[in-house]
Design a protein around this ligand. Structure first.
Ligand code: MG
Ligand code: MG
Length: 296
């Protein structure tokens, strides 16, 4: 049987790596990072949401580093960037931003039925970005990768993305995920349901304009930054050393590995060297048009 020829761009090749065996081959989105970057390149007002609380009092290390690196890139391109999450994730998110000397313009997502309308009316974002953020299932629950409900600890921030899908809305939405249960995975519903009963149950129905899938969600955000670098000619990606600092800062602030739940410098069971290596590869020739000495 002749192999089907697939064409992936250099960033997609790295995002499609799945060392954690999450099964992303079934729902990977070729071109997703480039489409997201094109949509964000001239963004004016961006609201970034992140933070997956895997169990009571346990925010994870995947998400906030990606949010910080993407937010920094967009701010450098001229956008106003703010961040929101549950109170339990704010220390991690703030620590990630500080680790790369970025302003921590973070606010807690409010409680109550009117929260989405309240935040959208006040912030008036042109672009909404979710990085590793629980998205509701068909049944309206929020489930972790083991199929256990995380609804008590994760506020329904995905409501803003549902609002953005309405016809009168002009907001552009972007979702980054690695497990099928995050905001944006509604775009890949059919593929997710084909991946067995657990995936079918945890799969989110929340759709976005541009879905980015990666072996680790942080990598998906870095992939968008690498593509923004290609599109704009600016050096926007962080360094491998900064990646190590980001992970350590999150753990110091109380984050755990979302897979092992250990409070160690790992993200999705992979150590900081592995993540630094991915950043090095993304920056090698595609993400960074500037000489190495000028990178931060
Ligand atoms: Mg995930
Ligand atoms: Mg993850």
């Amino acid at each position: 049987v002749p192999a089907r020829r697939i064409t992936l761009d250099p960033v997609d090749h790295l995002l499609a790596l799945d060392p954690g065996a999450r099964g992303i081959g079934a729902f990977f989105q070729p071109g997703g990072a480039l489409r997201a970057a094109r949509a964000l390149a001239r963004a004016r007002t961006v609201l970034i949401v992140t933070g997956f609380i895997v169990a009571d009092g346990m925010p994870e290390t995947d998400g906030p580093p990606g949010a910080a690196v993407l937010g920094r890139a967009l701010r450098r391109l001229g956008a106003r960037v703010r961040y929101t999450s549950d109170s339990a994730t704010l220390p991690t998110l703030t620590a990630a931003l500080k680790a790369i000397d970025e302003p921590d313009d973070v606010f807690p997502y409010p409680d109550g039925a009117g929260a989405a309308d309240e935040v959208l009316a006040r912030e008036r974002p042109t672009h909404l970005v979710a990085i590793e953020r629980p998205g509701r299932t068909r049944d309206g629950d929020y489930l972790n990768m083991r199929g256990i409900s995380v609804t008590p600890w994760n506020r329904p921030i995905d409501e803003m993305f549902l609002r953005a899908r309405r016809r009168a809305s002009r907001m552009t939405t972007i979702g980054v995920g690695d497990g099928g249960n995050e905001i944006g995975m509604g775009n890949a519903q059919a593929a997710l349901r084909g991946e067995g009963p657990l995936m079918g149950r945890i799969a989110s129905v929340v759709r976005v304009d541009h879905l980015v899938v990666a072996g680790v969600s942080n990598w998906g955000a870095y992939g968008i930054v690498a593509q923004l670098g290609r599109l704009t000619g600016h050096a926007l990606l962080h360094t491998p050393d900064a990646e190590r600092r980001l992970i350590a800062a999150c753990v110091d602030a109380g984050a755990v590995d979302g897979v092992t739940r250990a409070r160690k410098c790992t993200v999705d069971r992979m150590d900081a060297d592995t993540h630094a290596a991915i950043v090095a590869l993304l920056g090698l020739s595609w993400g960074d048009p500037a000489p190495r000495g000028e990178r931060q």
